[in-house]
Design a protein around this ligand. Sequence first.
Ligand code: PLP
Length: 378
Amino acid sequence: MSTVLENALLPTYPPPPIGFVEGDGVWLTSADGRRYLDFAAGIAVVSLGHRHPAPLAAAHAQLDRLWHASNLFATEPAATLAQLLSDRFGGARAFFCNSGAEANEAALKFARKATGKAGVLALEGSFHGRTIGALAVTGQPAKRAAFEPLAAARFAKPNDVASLDAAAADDVGLVLLEPVLGEGGVIPLEPAFVARAAALAAELGALLAFDEVQTGVGRTGSFFAWEQLGVRPQLLTLAKALANGLPIGCLLVADDAPDAFAPGDHGSTFGGNPVSCAAAAAVCAAITDELLANVTKQGARLRAGLAALPGVVEVRGMGLLLGAVLDRPVQPVLDAALDAGLVGLGAGPDVLRLAPPLVVGAEEIDLALAILTEVMTG
Ligand code: PLP
C-alpha cells in the first residue's frame, strides 16, 4: 500500500511508514493485522474514538436519506448543527466549509469586510492552514518561505504582552489566536495575554478570532478552549474533531459581532454537507459533562506520567492536547514508539505531542506511558 501511495500521490508528506485498515475506539489495525494504540487520533480529529456509535449511526442514517443538495437549499443537518454550536457558544451564526484552512479563510474575509482593514495580527509559531490566505497568517517562516510573497501579517510572540503591543497597528482588522498553539509546540496562551489581545483588538477596531480548529470540541476539557480563558472571541473557527473524521470546517460569528457577509460574499459547494453535519451534530451531543470530566482526569494522568519520563524537560498543554518537550529530537522517539505499537505526533523538532481520543481510559494511558518509558530509556 505504501509503495502505491508513494508513486501515485504528490510528495507533500513523507512516505507513510504504515498503512491502517481499521479503527476501533483508541485502537488502529494495520494492513498486516497488528494493533496500535492511537494517541494521535488522526491529528486531533477522531476525538470520540474510531467508529464511535453516535456519529456512525447519524452518518449512516443521513447517507440513506440525502447526501447533498447545495447551499441554495435548506437541509436539516446543517440547521441542527448551527443551532447546537450557537447554543454551546452562547449565541452565534455559522458558516460551514470543509477544513480548518477554509474556516480561517472565511474568518479573514469576514474581518476584512467587517472592519475595512486588511491587516492581521497573529502569533509567531502559529499554524492556521496551507491555503495562501491561511499561510499568510501562519507564523512559521519555514512553511511560508517557498510561497512568498504572501499578504503581509504582523506576528507577536506568544504570551509576550510587550511584543503584542509592539505589533499593533491601525491597519489591523483581525487579531487571530490559537488558545493552544498546537503545531507550533503545544504552547497554551496565558489568560492575561489573551485578555490583553482582546483589549488591543477593541482599541484597534479589529475583530478577535480564536482558531479552535485543534482545541475545539472538547479537546481541552471544555467544549471551547476559550471557556477556560475567560475571553469569548467574536469569531471562532472549528474543523478537525467536529465530525469525528468526516471533513467539515466552520466559522462561528458571535451574535454581538458586527455584520459583514451578505449573499454572494462567500460560499462553498460542499460546505454544510448533510452527512458531515449529521455526524457533527451527533458529536456535539456526545460531548457531555461526563466526557469533558474524563478529558480533564485522563489529561492530568497523562501529564503526570509524561513529566516523570526520562528525557522529558517540560510538559505543557490543556486537557488531552499535551506536549512533552524532550531533551532529544522527537522523530526517532516517534519512530521507536510506532515500532512498539504507539502512534504519537510531533510538534516542532523536540516536542512529543499526544492527542488521544477523549474517551481514552486510565489503562490505555498507562500502556502508552509504559511504551514511552521503554522507548526513552532504550
Ligand atoms: N488551524 C489549526 C490550529 C490547525 O491545527 C490546523 C491543522 O492542523 C489548521 C488550522 C488547518 O486545518 P486543515 O488541515 O483542516 O486545513
